[in-house]
Write a protein that binds this ligand. Structure first.
Ligand code: ATP
Ligand code: MG
Length: 138
């Protein structure tokens, strides 16, 4: 995944996310509201999970949601890290997405699980979609 390479070994996750969000918003025409980005250093492995998940979540927003706005919050501290990506688009019935047709969702969940965390997707048809990922510090 080419996007992963954009985080340098000692790169700063907040800057990488901000740059990506700015470019994505300009290209997609969908407004981004940044609620929070990490103010402390995040381990590289966790940073890569967050960055690649954000890329996939935004790709879904662009391709499927018809959203006008997406809100992003990534916070990190002693307790761990939390990210949310929330759009105001069409939403979908999460339980009705067939297993074969949900590679992106499966990959996002798997990435968080491998890092000892958990990713959940909440969506209401007509009421938008929120992707939430949590990784507790060990
Ligand atoms: N933010 C969203 N808004 C509306 N529908 C969504 C959103 N995210 C996912 N979906 C729905 O869930 C389905 C599964 O998403 P998933 O990312 O797993 O697959 P995909 O985007 O169709 O294909 P890919 O494997 O390329 O990611 C999508 O096809 C779409 O119907
Ligand atoms: Mg997808």
């Amino acid at each position: 995944m080419a996007e992963e390479l954009r985080i340098r070994p000692n790169g700063d996750l907040a800057s990488a996310l901000r740059d990506y969000l700015t470019e994505w918003s300009e290209r997609s025409g969908i407004a981004v509201e940044i609620w929070a980005l990490p103010v402390t250093a995040v381990p590289g492995r966790v940073a890569r999970v967050v960055y690649t998940t954000l890329v996939e979540a935004l790709s879904n927003v662009e391709r499927h949601s018809r959203a006008r706005q997406v809100s992003v919050a990534v916070t990190a501290g002693k307790a761990g890290l939390r990210m949310t990506v929330s759009d105001d688009g069409a939403g979908f019935a999460v339980d009705e997405v067939g297993p074969g047709s949900a590679r992106g969702l499966a990959a996002m969940r798997a990435r968080f699980a491998e890092a000892g965390g958990m990713l959940t997707i909440n969506s209401v048809p007509g009421g938008g979609t929120t992707v939430t990922g949590v990784i507790r510090a060990r």
